[in-house]
Design a protein around this ligand. Sequence first.
Ligand code: FE2
Ligand code: FE2
Length: 438
Amino acid sequence: MNPFKFYLVTDTHYFEPSLGCEGKALDDYMKNEMYCLAESSRIVHATFDEIIKDTEIDTVIIPGDLSKDGEKQSHVGFVKELNRLKDAGKKVYVITAGHDYNDNPRGYVGENYVPVEPTTFEELYGLYYDFGLSEALAVDKQTHSYVAQVAKDVRMIAFNCDSNRETKGSIDDRLLEWAKVQIDKAKADGCFVFCINHYPIIPSVPVFDLIGDAHIKDWRKVASFLADNGVNLALTGHMHIQSINEFYSESGNKFVDICTSVLVGSPGKYRKITIEDEATVTAESINVPEFDWDKGGRTTEEYFDDRAVWAAPNRIRRALSGDSFFKRFATKIFNTNTFAQLGRKLLIRVPKEIKDKKFCGFTGELARDIFKGDQPYTEGTPVYTVIARFLKRFRPILNIASKKLAKDGIKPDLTDMLLNTIGNNKGWSDNNATIKLK
Ligand SMILES: [Fe+2]
Ligand SMILES: [Fe+2]
């Protein structure tokens, strides 16, 4: 096969600004969000401008969460943006996901959340028909999953795992069997086959394995089924994280999942993907460009980073909010303590490089750095050292948690999972890598 190059953009979360995006209601909502809402349409516009400038690559693939929350007008605005790509000669393939239909989307006007026109799942078929479905070789009507010939000898299975609120994030047996028929046909036609899906198929970092909504349901089964049937590559989104992971089925077949970040906020990346041949894929990450917004003199990356570092501790404060003595005590410690102060309370030695760092601020930096991929806190770094000591101190609690989380009698090693989440020990980059598929 010839190398196939395309752009992979995901989680555009486009919000139509005329629905209202200013005032206290927006500020309250955004306190806990690592991505941007008022800015999203400008970010999409600027990114698509960059893609349009590239005359070499003519394909753009977007695996879901196209709108903020299924506002009809956000879809109308986003379709206009997709048409700009089309008018510039790009082939565009999208799938929709959970944030694209909703009974109660809202605008933000002054102090109030105001209801705006929603979108049903059924309406998405018509709204996005021109971006994949219209040229599909096969469509699964129930989920809007489809198959497209994206290059002369390359076929893409676009799974829609978010067609139903009750079963969101799942590719069930029926859909897998439908996919198998499509894979067999594609192989008989001499095509390389890969898939896109909104939810990651492999958990993006080890602790995400413990979070049901962080990956496709029964992910080992789905990854094994695809790998054993000759599909070795998935391109995904949803978790707003940069990650590349691999998994082997019991039969020894390899599966690779390239998960890409949200476009409209930290980490703010999109990718150029090259399927070099049947056994090799290259992923290159690109920062969201400068966009038309008063960012206070900061670059786009600095602007996104600052939002992540600010919003992540707010989420923890929200989780700790309440009137119980324990919650008030924990909030006070979280807000005020440095690592040195926490270390003294728990009898843990803290490396001098980080002893004056405030714990709450650090959680923001940690969230920012985990979602950017290539997590820097590997063995030997001060942060690794202190977190490993904290985990050792809390071992009895982790042991109880591990027993509760055991599946099929296998207890997860929580210490190992946490340490491999803060430091990338995989041997390849989450951002820029050439990966073997077999
Ligand atoms: Fe998303
Ligand atoms: Fe999502």
